[in-house]
Write a protein that binds this ligand. Structure first.
Ligand SMILES: Cc1ncc(COP(=O)(O)O)c(C=O)c1O
Length: 402
């Protein structure tokens, strides 16, 4: 990436953007870098053998796999033995839930602001082991946050696990994870599991600085293919009972949690995603955050000015406080009708619903028709200011103020 953000250059790296479609469902999945597509073709053409052998092509396969784990780790400032790459965040958290050691009497504290991926594995294991689940809800039903004071009232010596999103995939509000980690770790056996799926496409993640125990996110939202990764701090690996065959090693998280092989051809694309950020990674992320702040500012200014519209989550466009995942409802209109009206008039592509954050939409925001849910517009740094201004114009036509 250049020293100042170059939108034309960024867009030129995503072949899908050449179509007559404006992609605004990026929290559902991003478009894919050109280098990922090329790398898949090259790998399957030349390197597609089984891992671990010593003949020449196998050596290339082994090297690509090792490079993938090094890149996956580097992306979040972890070590390769602290990473497991898998099919999806949902699958990885299920694996973790069945492997993490629990004792009778342990308690789990689950944020209702989570996507169901960071809830259902824990509810299931709690039911199976007869453990107590405590719900960490929010007082504000329009701008709900993972509140530290509220968490403090739930924590105790019995707490084994706390789960929360780094940013909910409905509100886009950034959770103060480090502050939460400090509070959680003041209890001896308590661990923190963070879902970073909605944040990772927008901000540089440093799991060491955040001091989390577990951190998961999905590469198909970060310009890559359909795979995901889980981080678990090496300091707690001994608390994860290996799922692998009895004769396999247990030295890495992947050996402990991965049931068979990772999807090699997809995993080996991960280094290509890191290359996209260039040599000054911190500056590239800063440029992205600053640019996205501009985009979200354009949309929020309009949404906040129309009295028929309720925006959920952080109302300001501050890049410190939110990422460009913006959800709203319109008084007197179904969310689905808003999407359909936009689609009738334009090429803007986004969606409505609960986006699998069912408890957040139903129990925290309190929406009666949870399937109709919210309208969600989720931007990425490859969207242009003109696109968002164009969307505002279409919304203005559809949502006439009272
Ligand atoms: C915040 C959040 N967490 C978890 C997931 C689940 O990710 P995956 O599809 O990789 O299981 C999603 C998917 O949309 C999400 O938005």
């Amino acid at each position: 990436m250049a020293s100042t953000f170059d939108i034309a250059q960024a867009r030129s790296r995503f072949p899908a953007l050449k179509q007559d479609q404006v992609f605004l469902d990026n929290a559902g999945g991003s478009q894919v870098l050109d280098s990922i597509i090329d790398s898949l073709h090259a790998y399957l053409s030349r390197t597609n053998v089984q891992l671990g052998a010593t003949y020449n092509v196998a050596k290339s396969c082994n090297a690509a796999y090792d490079e993938a784990y090094r890149a996956a780790a580097k992306f979040i400032n972890a070590s390769p033995d602290e990473i497991s790459v898998g099919v999806s965040t949902t699958q990885l958290l299920h694996n973790l839930s069945t492997a993490l050691d629990f004792q009778p009497g342990d308690e789990l504290i689950l944020s209702k602001l989570n996507h169901e991926a960071n809830i259902s594995p824990w509810v299931r294991i709690a039911q199976r082991l007869g453990l107590m689940v405590k719900w960490w809800s929010a007082v504000d039903n329009v701008n709900p946050v993972c509140d530290v004071e509220e968490l403090k009232s739930l924590l105790s010596e019995k707490t084994r696990l706390v789960t929360c999103p780094h940013a909910p995939n409905i509100t886009g509000t950034i959770t103060r994870v480090k502050e939460i980690a400090d509070v959680v770790h003041s209890f001896p056996r308590a661990l923190l599991c963070v879902d970073g799926v909605a944040l990772a496409p927008h901000r540089q993640v440093d799991v060491k600085a955040l001091d989390v125990d577990f951190y998961a996110f999905s590469w198909y939202k970060v310009y890559g293919p359909h795979i995901a990764q889980l981080y678990a701090s090496s300091r707690i690996h001994s608390q994860i009972s290996p799922l692998g065959h009895y004769f396999k090693g247990t030295e890495t998280l992947d050996l402990r949690l991965n049931l068979a092989s990772t999807n090699y051809e997809l995993a080996q694309t991960i280094p290509r995603i890191l290359e996209y950020f260039g040599s000054d990674v911190a500056s590239a992320w800063e440029q992205i955050a600053t640019y996205e702040e501009k985009l979200q500012g354009i949309l929020l200014q309009y949404l906040n000015s129309n009295e028929r519209i309720t925006v959920y989550g952080e109302p300001s466009a501050s890049k410190e406080r939110r990422v460009p995942v913006i959800s709203f409802t319109v008084k007197g209109m179904k969310s689905q009708a808003v999407v359909e009206e936009v689609e009738r008039r334009s090429q803007f592509g986004f969606r409505n619903g609960h986006m699998y954050s069912h408890r957040l939409v139903k129990e925290v925001l309190g929406l009666e028709d949870v399937d109709d849910g919210v309208v969600r517009v989720s931007m990425l740094h490859y969207n242009t200011e003109d696109e968002i201004k164009g969307l505002v114009k279409v919304l203005e036509e559809i949502i006439v103020p009272n």
